[in-house]
Design a protein around this ligand. Structure first.
Ligand code: ACO
Length: 421
């Protein structure tokens, strides 16, 4: 095993070097503080490996994304449940394993009827992500957190999340909840629960079903991003699956993470209302004083095209054409991308479109309202979160996540009682 040397105030220590299966190198600093008294500082953890994982691999320089070794481009035609099984349980399922997985999910799709009372308590102005995070957390009140139930709870969560997501939407538009149907695909059933009403039969449009299935697969995992790290951080304390994933939902909500897909559409609408003046918005994004960022651009890991964005750009065109929709926002997005990719500010900082840049345009064409976009992201990311939580849960050598800090406050001083201040 190779090692790296760390020299500090005359002390020199050897630090082991860990190499991953795709050649990534990590210097193991776990003995650094006990040997030298020093810790590392890494704001935003851009250089910090928090775990060893077998689930996903990203090469940000080359624009590569693999789920358990399989390239993202080769998986988009599979079914979301096939990919979910592979992410969670580690290998591609046989036909029998997939059929059993599907049947297990079918049995658990309903949410406890009592939970509907919680839903009904929300104002219909509530953001669906607020509802989603608390409903996922509430599942731990209904399902015991015992070692024997861990695997069942994984199936329960996979099965119930689409129902919760769709029910929260129905709640927000004041329509009756539509119950799940086991004869439909994962994507088809979700569309049915979102858009059917008790008044008339609902036919799932195969174009929408296919597009949703692809979007879910593209979002299914992305190694140690903000929400996944949150799931692992919370899970490291021994918190149950539902509590850990509810925390991940909250982390995803932020506009710098999954909330960006909603922000992209709102930004494109703003540009449209402002006469489609792309250059003005590119200039604003370059001006730090404006506080404006080009949403859907840039990524902590990708310094090249996000491979998911590459797929979505092509698919956005295709899906809109198949649906016969002419959305001016797609043209604005394409023009904005062209202007930004030629601009030295974006080129020098390697800022390319990310997964959120084109996903919202497809969701919009599917009739999904903007404030549901991040919920759609969460639905897709669920198998990844579960896989990451399960990997952590099954580790024999897991430790609670507990970073250190460099304190910059007042040095030690005498406390002043209230009557002497
Ligand atoms: N528009 C304008 N400038 C940007 C953008 C952007 N979208 N993104 C990064 N920059 C600039 C920064 O101002 C910084 O410039 P500087 O070096 O002159 O200070 C430089 O590029 C590096 O940016 P950081 O913020 O340091 O990069 P970081 O890795 O911390 O952030 C992030 C990544 C959060 C994705 C960022 O690019 C961003 O805010 N993008 C817009 C939001 C977005 O689309 N988020 C979705 C990400 S994908 C996902 O979560 C699914």
């Amino acid at each position: 095993m190779s090692s790296a040397k760390f020299v500090y105030e005359g002390k020199e220590i050897d630090l082991p070097v860990i190499t991953g299966s795709m050649g990534e190198v990590g210097v193991d600093i776990s003995k650094l503080r006990s040997s030298t008294g020093a810790i590392t500082m890494d704001l935003g953890y851009g250089n910090t490996g928090s775990c060893q994982s077998e689930i996903a691999f990203i090469d940000g320089e080359k624009g590569v994304l693999l789920y358990r070794g399989y390239p993202i481009e080769e998986m988009v035609g599979a079914s979301f449940l096939d990919i979910s099984y592979m992410l969670i349980y580690g290998q591609l399922p046989s036909q029998d394993q997939l059929t059993k997985f599907r049947k297990d999910l079918d049995r658990h799709q309903l949410i406890p009827e009592n939970m509907k009372k919680i839903l009904e308590g929300y104002p219909n102005t509530a953001h669906p992500m607020a509802i989603l995070s608390s409903m996922v957390s509430s599942l731990s009140a209904y399902h015991p957190d015992t070692p024997e139930e861990v695997e069942n709870n994984i199936v329960r969560l996979m099965a119930k999340l689409p129902t919760i997501c769709a029910f929260s939407y129905k709640q927000s538009v004041g329509q009756p909840h539509i119950y799940p149907r086991s004869d439909l695909t994962f994507a088809g059933n979700f569309l049915h629960m979102m858009f059917a009403t008790p008044c008339e039969p609902y036919q799932v449009d195969p174009v929408l079903e296919e597009a949703l299935n692809m979007l879910l697969i593209l979002h299914a995992d992305h190694e140690q991003n903000c929400s996944t790290s949150t799931v692992r951080m919370v899970g490291s304390s021994g918190a149950n699956l539902f509590a850990s994933i509810a925390a991940g939902v909250c982390a995803l909500w932020g506009p710098l993470h999954g909330g960006a897909n909603q922000e992209v559409i709102e930004m494109l609408e703003m540009i449209q209302d402002d006469g489609a003046n792309y250059q003005k918005y590119v200039d604003m994004a370059k001006d730090k004083k404006s506080g404006f960022r080009l949403f859907g651009f840039g990524h902590r890991v990708y310094k090249n095209f996000d491979p998911r964005a590459r797929i979505l750009k092509v698919q956005a065109d295709k899906v809109l054409e198949r649906l016969g929709i002419n959305d001016p926002l797609l043209e604005i997005a394409q023009a904005l991308e062209e202007v930004a990719l030629k601009d030295s500010y974006f080129v020098e900082r390697s800022l390319y479109p990310n997964v959120d840049f084109y996903s919202g345009i497809i969701y919009r064409a599917m009739g999904i309202p903007t404030n549901m976009f991040t919920v759609m992201f969460a639905l897709g990311r669920l198998p990844g979160w579960i896989a990451q939580w399960r990997e952590l849960h099954n580790e024999s050598s897991k430790r609670i996540c507990r970073p250190r800090q460099i304190y910059t406050g007042e040095p030690k001083r005498a406390f002043v009682p209230l009557d002497q201040r």
